[in-house]
Write a protein that binds this ligand. Structure first.
Ligand SMILES: NC(=O)c1ccc[n+]([C@@H]2O[C@H](COP(=O)([O-])OP(=O)(O)OC[C@H]3O[C@@H](n4cnc5c(N)ncnc54)[C@H](O)[C@@H]3O)[C@@H](O)[C@H]2O)c1
Length: 271
């Protein structure tokens, strides 16, 4: 099996690093193409992967073709390429659906929403496949995603909400942690901001390990931490008052952005 990656921005580079780190593929079975060749050359030097001189070359050499460009670049790119009908085309773009992809490729197509945390071989890749994806292609695809974290199949009606808690979440969590660290320093200016940040990173890591390894529910961990009549209870009361409304707004705003993107993609198709 040979995979090709077109577009080496944040997520294209992450996929190369994660697939190489996981050893699921040998470097000669990974080929990449990016408009700015320097990014491809850097990855070639680090991992020994192949570098194609065009996106078309990827389509000729790879069995699974990952399109890792921005949402509004996916269909124009696919429209320029000649992809034989048996090849598996995989889009990572938010807002581009299976049926949108099927308008440009008559063969098997899938959509995956990766996450940057897969570079550490943890995190959830959401995916959905068209009915044309063969059992063998599907199995190879799921094996690839499982090598870099957890592969979670979802239907397209939930993929946008799930994207926020899997793929946007690392950025959102980093934003929450930054705000947490800054508030700590506002409260106690003698506390250095970098110290506050590294305390939070270690705490996050430990929290994730505890939840996962002990199979604790969030409520069980809360009970362990929040001593009855103690300090944490007060903090939780504040969160209960402020967070639900904030998260509802976050989902409303990200839903609007998804809708806007999908509308622009439909306009591209109608042209
Ligand atoms: N960043 C994330 O965490 C994340 C997570 C899940 C899905 N995605 C999806 O991944 C896609 C890329 O996002 P990103 O954050 O990596 O963006 P990015 O801007 O960092 O990367 C896009 C890359 O595509 C390249 N490119 C554009 N047109 C090209 C073409 N015709 N041929 C070859 N290369 C081309 C650009 O040079 C750039 O390197 C988006 O569709 C996004 O929805 C991103």
């Amino acid at each position: 099996m040979r995979i090709g990656i077109i577009g080496l921005g944040s997520i294209g580079q992450m996929l190369v690093k994660a697939f190489c780190k996981s050893n699921i593929l040998s470097p000669e079975n990974v080929i990449v193409y990016n408009r700015t060749q320097e990014k491809a050359d850097i990855l070639h030097a680090a991992y020994g992967i192949g570098v194609a001189s065009s996106a078309q070359e990827i389509c000729e050499q790879a069995d699974h073709i990952f399109l890792c460009t921005k949402p509004l670049d996916i269909l124009p790119l696919l429209g320029e390429l000649t992809v034989s009908a048996e090849k598996h085309v995989i889009s990572v773009a938010a807002g581009v659906s299976i049926s949108d992809l099927e308008k440009s490729h008559t063969g098997p197509v899938s959509k995956v929403i990766p996450t940057v945390t897969s570079q550490e071989l943890h995190g959830v890749s959401l995916f959905t496949c068209s009915t044309q994806v063969s059992a063998e292609q599907r199995s190879e695809f799921v094996n690839l995603l499982s090598a870099i974290g957890t592969a979670q199949e979802v239907t397209e009606d939930v993929i946008e909400t799930a994207t926020i808690i899997s793929s946007s979440a690392p950025g959102l969590i980093a934003g929450i942690l930054e705000s947490f660290a800054e508030a700590a320093v506002r409260k106690s200016p003698q506390l250095d901001i970098d110290t506050a940040r590294s305390i939070l990173v270690e705490t996050m890591l430990g929290t994730a390990l505890l939840l996962k390894n002990e199979q604790l529910g969030f409520d069980q961990l809360i009970t362990q931490v929040a001593t009855k009549g103690g300090i944490t209870e007060e903090g939780l009361r504040v969160l209960d008052k402020t967070l639900p409304g904030g998260f509802d707004e976050l989902f409303a705003m990200t839903e609007s952005k998804h809708a806007m993107l999908k509308e622009l993609v439909q306009k591209q198709i109608a042209k």
